[in-house]
Design a protein around this ligand. Structure first.
Ligand code: BTN
Length: 264
């Protein structure tokens, strides 16, 4: 059975979601680019594309996403209400964290949606929206999970900071099984997002790295902001409290913990 058919039948066995269409590619530039093309051509919500490897995998902030064999590369087309779009990446992070938990791995979420194991990156999520006159038309959610990626197949720059399911004590699994678990959880959280967005934020917090109140730096395209990590608000933005007592709300960026200066 090819992986597209295996994914569809795994989802049927789990009770959903029923994918409108699913494509599998042995190799593709980027599964998200393919779903965008399908979206522009009017593809239905819950159209999914997966690949064994990507030659042009993309990450957040214009970075590349190394995509050798052994990983899950999955993109899905969704059409959330405009007011919920900013929470979709958080909902996806919760879905991935729960999916990997099913496989025996406890992960932590780092805002906005890095999935970490022991401080190393296991999975990344890229949400890309297309807006028209009527607001957000669609969102392509791209999910990359290091399932059994051999470290030597990753670029040296990320080798030391990447985790894989196979190397984190997960039970034996496959990219298709991880995709099915992730999509099943995502469908549940997509429904919650519609009815009760505050529950998504609460669930995200329950999986988050416990850095509340600690000094952090958030690097954004426009520079960096420092402060104590105060909250994730109801729209999924990160709230910092600066030394001057000011509250700063950030909608994107890369958060790192600032270590306390060593005593002289
Ligand atoms: C990140 O920078 O953390 C996000 C990485 C997202 C990677 C996935 S792999 C499937 C999909 N296709 C892409 O080109 N990117 C996303």
């Amino acid at each position: 059975m090819d992986p597209a058919a295996a994914l569809a039948s795994a989802l049927t066995a789990r009770g959903g979601p029923r994918l409108s269409a699913v494509e599998w590619h042995e190799e593709i530039g980027s599964t998200s680019d393919r779903v965008k093309d399908l979206a522009r051509a009017g593809a239905p919500t819950w159209t999914a594309v997966l690949a064994d490897r990507q030659s042009g995998g993309r990450g957040r902030a214009g970075r590349t996403w190394a995509s050798p064999p052994g990983g899950l590369y999955l993109s899905v087309l969704l059409r959330p209400e405009a007011a919920r779009v900013s929470l979709l990446p958080l909902a996806a992070g919760v879905a991935v964290a729960e999916a990997v938990q099913e496989l025996g791995v406890r992960s932590e979420l780092k805002w906005p949606n890095d999935v970490l194991v022991g401080g190393r990156k296991l999975a990344g999520i890229l949400a890309e929206a297309s807006s028209g006159g009527a607001g957000v038309e669609w969102v392509v959610l791209g999910i990359g999970v290091n399932v059994a990626t051999a470290p030597e197949r990753l670029p040296e720059a990320v080798r030391g900071t990447a985790a894989s399911l196979a190397g984190s004590g997960a039970r034996e699994t496959s990219a298709t099984e991880v995709a099915a678990a992730t999509l099943a959880r995502l469908a549940e959280w997509y429904e919650v997002l519609r009815e009760s967005p505050a529950r998504v934020v609460a669930a995200w917090r329950s999986h988050a790295v416990p850095w509340w109140g600690e000094p952090v730096v958030v690097r954004t395209g426009g520079g960096e902001r420092r402060g104590r990590l105060a909250a994730i608000d109801e729209e999924g933005a990160l709230v910092l409290e600066t030394e001057a007592g000011e509250s700063v709300r950030l909608v994107s960026g890369e958060v790192s913990r600032l270590r306390a200066a060593a005593a002289p």
